[in-house]
Design a protein around this ligand. Structure first.
Ligand code: 9UX
Length: 69
């Protein structure tokens, strides 16, 4: 299992945090995600054989947020 911190822009409230958390956790290969509104980031535990970071960032953007590199 690997862990990475992804920057996330555009979150405004706790509902956004919940949406991003659920978006990430729904991805195959993601084992856990803790999203911080204050830090504008997500710490994600994942199986690198099953998913890459680009797919996580894409999913966050499809959910309506920005995931700048
Ligand atoms: Mo809060 Mo976020 O009402 O998309 S859920 S701003």
């Amino acid at each position: 299992m690997s862990e990475i911190t992804i920057r996330i822009a555009g979150m405004s409230c706790g509902g956004c945090v919940r949406n991003v958390t659920e978006t990430l956790k729904a991805l195959p290969g993601v084992a856990g995600a803790e999203v911080s509104l204050e830090r504008a980031c997500a710490v994600v535990q994942y199986d690198p054989a099953a998913i890459d970071v680009a797919a996580m960032r894409r999913a966050v953007e499809e959910a309506g947020f920005d995931a700048p590199q």
